[in-house]
Design a protein around this ligand. Sequence first.
Ligand SMILES: Nc1ncnc2c1ncn2[C@@H]1O[C@H](COP(=O)(O)OP(=O)(O)OP(=O)(O)O)[C@@H](O)[C@H]1O
Ligand SMILES: [Mg+2]
Length: 395
Amino acid sequence: MDTIKKLKAGKTTGADLMHLAKLSDGMLQKIRDEMLEPFPRKVPPIVSSARLQEMCGIDKQRMGYVLKKGELPAGTQAKPGSPRQFTVEETIAWIRSERNPLPRNGPAKVIVVANFKGGVTKTTTSTLLAQGLSMRRGRRVLHIDLDPQGSASTLYGINPHAEVDSSQTVMPLIEAYLEGKPFDMTALPVPTYWPNVDIIPSSTELFNAEFMLPARAASDGEVRFEQVLHDGLAQLKDTYDYIIVDTAPTLSYLTINAIFAADGVIVPVVPDMLSFASMVQFWHLFGDLINGMQAFDDGRAKEFDFVDVLVTRMTSKPAAQILQGWITQIYGSRVVPIEIPESDLARNTNMRFSTFYDLGPNDVGAETLRRIRTPVDQLVDRVDDKVCAIWAQEE
Ligand SMILES: Nc1ncnc2c1ncn2[C@@H]1O[C@H](COP(=O)(O)OP(=O)(O)OP(=O)(O)O)[C@@H](O)[C@H]1O
Ligand SMILES: [Mg+2]
C-alpha cells in the first residue's frame, strides 16, 4: 500500500515536464556560455602556414615568393622567424588567389544531408561541409538547419531554444506559402562566426510545420506542400555557391521539402547492423516519395545530380568491415570512396559545440587531428570537384 502511495506521489505531471524543460534550457545556456568564454560568440580557428599551403596546393617556396610580392595577407608571427598563422578570412583570400577555384557557373547547388536514422552524423557532416567549402574552396555557403532539435545551430554557437524564435527560421516562408502570399527569403540568412557561412537557424517551433503543411494539403489537393522550400530557395541561388541543409532523423514534411529542393543528397551511414537495416527502409521511403511526387510545374520529374552514401564512424572491428563490404556491394559507385573514421576527437569537439574544423594548430596533437581531418578534407574537395564538373556541363 505504501509503495502505491509513494508511486502516486511521484507521478509526473505536465507542469513537471515544463519544469524539466526550463532546467535543461538553463543548463544548456550555462554550458554554452562557459564553453565560449572569454568570448560571447564563437571565433573561427587560426590556420597554420603548413595547413594553408596544403589547402592552396603550394609549397613553402611558392608561399615565400607570394609573401614577398605582398599581394596576399601575411598573417601574424609571434616573433620574427616564427611560423606564420592566418585567420580563416586570410586563408580564403589565399585560396581564391592560389588555388583559384572554378567560379560558380549557374545557380547555387543545394546539398541535403539526410537519413531517417538518428545519430549517423548528419549534423556533423553538414556543418563540416559548410565550413570546409568556405575555407578550402572559398565558397559562399548558406547552411539551413531544418531539424527542430537545432543541433546544427548549436554548432555555430547559437542556442536555438533561447536565442531563436520562429520568425528567424524557415517558418515564415511556410506561413506565407500557406496564406498564398509572397515571401522575401533574402531576409532570413544571418552571418555566422565562420567567414562566408550564413545560417537560417532552427527553433523548436519548426515542429509546427508538421501540422500546418499536411492540414493545408488535406484541405486543398492542389497544394504542392513539398515544393515550398524549393521555390523559396530560388531567391537565394544567385547569392550563394552552396546551400547545405541539415535534416531531422524522420521522414517529416520538412525533410520531404529538403529532399525535393536537393540537387545532391548525401546519406551518411554508420556501419552497424541497426543502421544498415534501417537503410533498407530509407531507400523504400525515399524511392516511394520521389516516385509519388507530382512533376514540377513545367512537367519535369524530380532528378538529383547525385545521391551518395557516406560511410562514417568506421572502425577496424570485423563487424564494421563486413557491413562496409555489404554497403559497397549494394550501393556500388554511389558509395563515396572515403571513410570517415570513428573518432573520439569528433565526439569531443561536438561536446564543445564545435567540429574539429574549429580546432587550431595548438589545440590538439597534430596526428590525432590529421587522422580525422584528412578524410573530411577529401570529402569537401570531392563534393566541390563534383559540383564544378556539373557546373561545367551546365554551361
Ligand atoms: N567521426 C565520428 N566519430 C565518432 N563520433 C562522431 C563522429 N562524428 C560525429 N560523432 C558523434 O556522433 C553523434 C551523432 O552525430 P550527429 O549529431 O552529427 O548525428 P545526426 O545524424 O545529426 O544525429 P540526429 O539524427 O540526432 O540529428 C554525436 O554525438 C557526435 O558527436
Ligand atoms: Mg542531427
